[in-house]
Design a protein around this ligand. Sequence first.
Ligand code: NAG
Ligand code: NAG
Ligand code: NAG
Ligand code: NAG
Ligand code: NAG
Length: 404
Amino acid sequence: MAMPRRKLKLAVTVMMVNLFIFLLVSRQGGQDKSGQSKIVVPSKPFWSRLAPPAAYWNRQQHMLDLRNNPLMTPPNGSGGALYWLNLTSAMEEEEEAGDSCQPNLRVTSEVKDYSLLPQHFHDFLLYMHCRSYKVAVEPPANFCQRPPFLLLAVKSLAPHFDRRQAIRQTWGRAGRMLNRTVATVFLLGRTVAKDHFPDLQEMLRFESRKHADLLQWDHRDSFFNLTVKEVLFLDWLHARCPGARFIFKGDDDVFVNTRRILDFLGGLEEQRSRDLFVGDVITNARPHRDKKVKYFIPESLYAGTYPPYAGGGGYLYSGNLAARLRNASRQVALYPIDDVYTGICLRKLGLAPEKHKGFRTFDIEEKMRSNPCAYHKLMLVHPRTPQQMMQIWAWLSNPELSCQ
Ligand SMILES: *[C@@H]1O[C@H](CO)[C@@H](O)[C@H](O)[C@H]1NC(C)=O
Ligand SMILES: *[C@@H]1O[C@H](CO)[C@@H](O)[C@H](O)[C@H]1NC(C)=O
Ligand SMILES: *[C@@H]1O[C@H](CO)[C@@H](O)[C@H](O)[C@H]1NC(C)=O
Ligand SMILES: *[C@@H]1O[C@H](CO)[C@@H](O)[C@H](O)[C@H]1NC(C)=O
Ligand SMILES: *[C@@H]1O[C@H](CO)[C@@H](O)[C@H](O)[C@H]1NC(C)=O
């Protein structure tokens, strides 16, 4: 007899709740004080009129979205057609500029506080439309003839010879590791005289002949051009190394526990490995509005929050996803911060990066840093010098090392 009574109780409770909601709703909209019915007419139209966003990046993205999604074409009449015409003509101008890679001088008037922005924003905005740069140095054509299981793509800068060499001798040692093929490629731009760099091009050519692992494009290597490096890398991957199963992309001042990563990848299920994108994920971030911060972004450039993204120190993703990211990136306007940009592209694909505790882009506790076992289970630690890389790799390679 206990069950029916409990059911009855439940039914009564549900009825009471329904009645309460009914009373609440009917009191709110339906009647005024005199008890007469009243139709509520919203004062603003339900669909707000399309207005181009004020922030420059958002506006560029808005145009790209319209171009790539025919369903978003606004209706004609009541200014819609005019709006559309305005946008399409702006888009055409944009495309002409894109072909030539000439500086787009219109940004000087289209970005509200252009003249007040620091120089690197001018450098970024003037060339934001350009994504094609020539290859200056690249690995031999047979680099990916046997597609690697894991491709380590390391963002580097011409003068960082010692970092690259330390990586080659440690975590980026190309060849077979744990019975998997591993290949390493260093991603470079040009260090230009304007930034007071000495001319190291001959030394790079020598290094490339010796190690055949440099991939250099013709763009100026700078913080705000890292996104250019990202899209150029995705293009190169598509053209030259489409068979790579997994890609690690990171900086040249990190230590990567490559064996741990191979272990992790070996244990993945099919579906998970298809959409894999793991790293040190940052959620609920928004642009820094303080001019003194390296990551400062003015409101005239970007409005809104950031999607979840993996810190650029290093993240791991599948080759399958890399191809989709490349497609998505063509529909996403370049953003000055490369890891945020990749987060935006992922969101475009309906995906989000996954956080993994093994990625320590903000380092580990100071007292643990000289303990070999602290590195045993980690995938990545940032930052580490070339000498520290050599030391940690030696610790981890010691067969007598025993950690639980
Ligand atoms: C919208 O465009 C269509 C075809 O281009 C045209 O037939 C129609 O009259 C236009 N409507 C308005 C309100 O301008
Ligand atoms: C189209 O652009 C002109 C200036 O280029 C502007 O005055 C006008 O308001 C725009 N029209 C719409 C509907 O956005
Ligand atoms: C190494 O890999 C090859 C092919 O990938 C496989 O046939 C072989 O069994 C593996 N050896 C070991 C010891 O796992
Ligand atoms: C990116 O590279 C291009 C080509 O070298 C250069 O013109 C532009 O100023 C660079 N952008 C930044 C932000 O350094
Ligand atoms: C990328 O886009 C092209 C052209 O739209 C399409 O054929 C291809 O299948 C896409 N690739 C992936 C991996 O989505």
